[in-house]
Design a protein around this ligand. Sequence first.
Ligand code: FSX
Ligand code: SF4
Ligand code: F3S
Length: 382
Amino acid sequence: MGQLLTSTESLDISISKELEAQGVSRRNFLKFCTAITAAMGLPANMVAKVAETITSPTRTPVIWLHFQECTGCTESLLRATHPTVEELVLDMISLDYSETLCAAAGHQVEKSLNDSATLNEGKYILVVEGSIPVKENGIYCKIADRTALDILNDYGNRAAAVVAIGSCASWGGVQSSSPNPTGATGVHEIIKDKPVINLPGCPASPYNLLSTVLYYLTLGKLPQLDGKGRPRFAYGRLIHEHCERRPHFDAGRFARQFGDDGHREGYCLYELGCKGPETFNNCSSILYGDVGSGAWPVGTGHPCFGCSEEGVGFTKYIHEQAEIFTETPPAYYPGIADEKEMGVTPGSAAILGGIAGAAIGSGYMAVSRKNKLEAEVTEKEE
Ligand code: FSX
Ligand code: SF4
Ligand code: F3S
């Protein structure tokens, strides 16, 4: 890591005035680039390219649609700080349409949506937040007198790629819970001819959006996806694998009731219904939100309810016990990316291991807080 930082320090990269004005030093920016490059499963020699992508004046057009949802994904992105993940995302893209963020309204904003899609046909990224109701021809969600179904078909089929942000857009989310009265469904069930990347989570982690967009802009291709259309670098491991309470699980120390001695001691929440053993996401590795350590559901003392996992979140009862896929600590962790395709080196894998709290080949160490991404970003300049 020290070697990497030395090499990034010599890069001729200047950061934007906006970032500087917010107290982000060049040094911390480069540390951030190093950390996020590793988090994407890319080798160390890609740090410069990642930094260049972030600082490049070229902006990829993005259209962001809202359907059946609570706007939590957008809120979560806008609330991200240290140092301003949303600034980085918004600096890298040209957000041509977003109902939450557009200053314009009515016909004016509808025109900018249509103009952007026409001008940038086949080149823009479509971000979809929210599920799409398909029952009765989609009448349960209409915007500007068009159904969500119609809007998605229109703009989805003209995009270069579609990012389904949040569990709602990925697989229907809370609206799709039985009896699913509106027929809420995920984007990939409707858009079949374009690549669809799922970033589930309720809300999705803004870091997963940042890394996915950054990956695409840096390499000009999509990251490797798993069988559920999720980037493997972010969703390749179970929450349970890197949970800070995992040593308690392995030792059989459980909280049995909220507020009991075990709960107060920070024991494992499995008996309270934690779905970490069957939920693939990186919450336990990079944590969640920017409000300090412990900033993720399990860290606050609440079981993970599997918000990002189809068939678990909003499907299983909170108190229901999770299926255990990994009963014993694994002897090693699987690669998080296709080594051949991405050229992942042992060096980059080791750094990623640092971020994830699990050095390659070292078994089941719980995540070390000092390694989390935010710490890299917010570290005070020495
Ligand atoms: Fe809300 Fe996003 Fe949940 Fe859904 O998040 S936080 S209901 S995943 O689409 O706004
Ligand atoms: Fe952590 Fe939940 Fe697994 Fe316990 S069951 S170790 S609290 S993820
Ligand atoms: Fe959701 Fe569980 Fe992460 S509830 S935010 S997947 S810890």
